[in-house]
Each structure stands twice: as C-alpha cells, then as structure tokens.
Write a protein that binds this ligand. Sequence first.
Ligand SMILES: [Zn+2]
Ligand SMILES: [Zn+2]
Length: 404
Amino acid sequence: MPHQHPIQMLLTKIKALAQAYKAEVIANRRHLHANPELSFKEYNTAEFVAGKLREIGITEIEQKATTGWSALIKGKNPEKKVIALRADMDALPIIETNDVPYKSQNPGVMHACGHDAHTASLLGAAKILHEVRDQFEGTIKLIFQPGEELVPGGASLMIKDKVLENPRPNGILGQHVMPLIPAGKVGFRPGLYMASTDELYVTVKGKGGHGAMPETFIDPILIAAHMIVALQQIVSRVANPKIPSVLSFGRVEALGATNVIPNEVKIQGTFRTLDEPWRAKAHEKMLKIAHGIVEGMGGELDFEIRKGYPFLKNNPELTARSMDAAREYLGEENVLDLDIWMAAEDFAFYSQEIEGCFYRLGTRNEARGITSGVHTPTFDIEEDSLEIGAGLMAWLAVSELSKD
Ligand SMILES: [Zn+2]
Ligand SMILES: [Zn+2]
C-alpha cells in the first residue's frame, strides 16, 4: 500500500464514514422535516438532537438559549485549538405542498429553509468526528441554535448565553443549503457576503375627509408618496457607491376611497447594507429626510426602525483555507465562488465576534425537479447532498485544527 500522510488517511476515513452514515443522516433529516417547529419553539427538535448526541457518545452537552445546545468533542491535546460548527434548527410558517413521505406533520409549519438538513448534517459530522477523535488535535464545539428566522436571532441569544466562551472557538463554520447550486458542489465567498437587514415601519398621519375639498384636510397619501421618492436619495445620493445598499418598500396601506382622503398611511420596508457605520448613518439620514418632508407638508410621522441582523463577513484567511480543504474533499471543479447576496443570516452575529466562514451546500437536482427556492411551499433538497453536508463539515473542522 502506498505511504499516506496521516491527514490524508484521515480524509479517506472521513469520506468513508460520511458514506457509511449517509442513510442515517437522511433518516434524521426526514424526521426533522416531518416534525418542524417554529423559531424559539424547537422543544422536540432540541430533545431529538440531544438524544442523538448522547447516542453517539457525546457527554459534554450544555443547554443554551432554552432550545439550543453547545457540545464538545475533544481530540488529543484538546487545548490546542477550538473550531465551532453551527447548525440552525427552526422552521417557517409555511404550508408545505410537497407530496413526499416526509411531508410536514405540523400543519402550517415547514422546514422551507433547509435547517432540517443543517441539523442532520451537523449530527452526522458529530458522529464522524467523535469516531475519529483520537486522530486529531484540538476541540470541536458543536452549536445547535434556535430561531435563525426571527429577530433578534437565536445566534445573538446563544452568544449572550456564552456559547463563544469556555472554551472560546478560534473560528466558526456554518453551512446553508443552496437550491441554485447543483448537489455535489459547494460555494464560498471570502470577505463580505450577506447584508444587514432592518425592518421599517412607518405611519404618515394627516387629516382625512371628502376628496372634493383637499384644501380643508392634510392628505397623507401625497405626503407618503413624496417621502418614499425622497428616501431613495439614501441609496442614490447619500450612500457610498462602493457599499451595496438596498431600500425597498413592500407595503403601502391607505384605506381611503375614490372620494375619501384617509387619516393615515402605513408603510413597511427593508433597508439592507454591508457596512455597520454606514448602516447607523443611513438610519439617521432616513429619519431626517422623512421628518423633513412629512412635517414640511403638515403631516405627522412615526418612523420605527427595527434592527435585524448585522452584515455577514467571512474571514478571508479562514475562508481561503476552507476552500482549499473543500477542493481536497470534492475536487477543484466542485468548489464554486459566490457573489454577494443581499439576504441576511444570523450567523453574522458569530462572525462579528470570531473568525467565521459561512458556505453553501448545493442541493439542486434539476432532473428530479428539485429547484424551488428557499421559503417556498415547494422547497426540497436532493438528499444525496447530505453525505457532503456531514462529511465535508467534519473534514473542514479537522483540516482547520491541523493548521497552526
Ligand atoms: Zn430562511
Ligand atoms: Zn436559513
């Protein structure tokens, strides 16, 4: 037999284990998919995860943020380095329309963002890592978090509950399914990757009355229209053109009639960007412009900005090393470069604290019609991808621990 470097032998071993445990990872994913729970209500899911961890033989498990867990797998020389692996566990308020044996049994709730796949993959990675724990140095911290889909984000609560302490990880890896990428491939982006999101709730108040006598009233619709147009200056004139920014209003509600000027207009929107100082400045500017227009036209304004997740930055070095490790596992042609994505993800909270790498697991299978986007009632994944979901994650962690 040709001589193999120990780390290469470990790679071969992890691939073999990922293949051996694939059926179990798929079964776990199907169990989770059939039993979805909403954000911060993942009670049965958390119990299921803890049961599986104990079954694997992992004993150092700590409850965090009510329905989350942090668990440790210690290799040789456990103090050498700590790498955290994260999965989110919550589902969405969507009615599943897929006709599959593992269809949601919890009406109106659906794993439509693939968090079932993330949780099952991390359980698979945990089983692999526990089995090879005498073949690597350092410690793996497993993070199973609640509530990714709902502000303030489970990640922020896990951090408040000290998930990044004792021991503090040197870096954290997270994966997310991606129905745009074919199963068998993964995607990475070093540096800026996803946006911060803030929700905007605006009420423009005027004084309603008969549409024939506008001079007697204060028309909140005209004021709101001016305000919406003026606020686009934030993106077109105030923002640094080098920093991506989006301001979208998706809901305008004015309940008048052909001849009725209403008392008020309610508006909802979202502001997204990739820079924290600019985000704060944009909030200030938005309020200033909106107040100026609305009050200048005689109306009153209530403008609430509900802060969501921060922007997500992948640590360039950790991400470059992870890409190299992924190429070793999957081959050059199966590791893709991703573009910036203006969606948000609460993994961003971790990556603001420690070095982070958030990457994408391809789950598309056009031949089988698995192409629906996340957050849709027809979303599903090619389950073959879960072998990579578990095995690659284990390999990325071990590979990172092996580097000084
Ligand atoms: Zn989602
Ligand atoms: Zn998600």
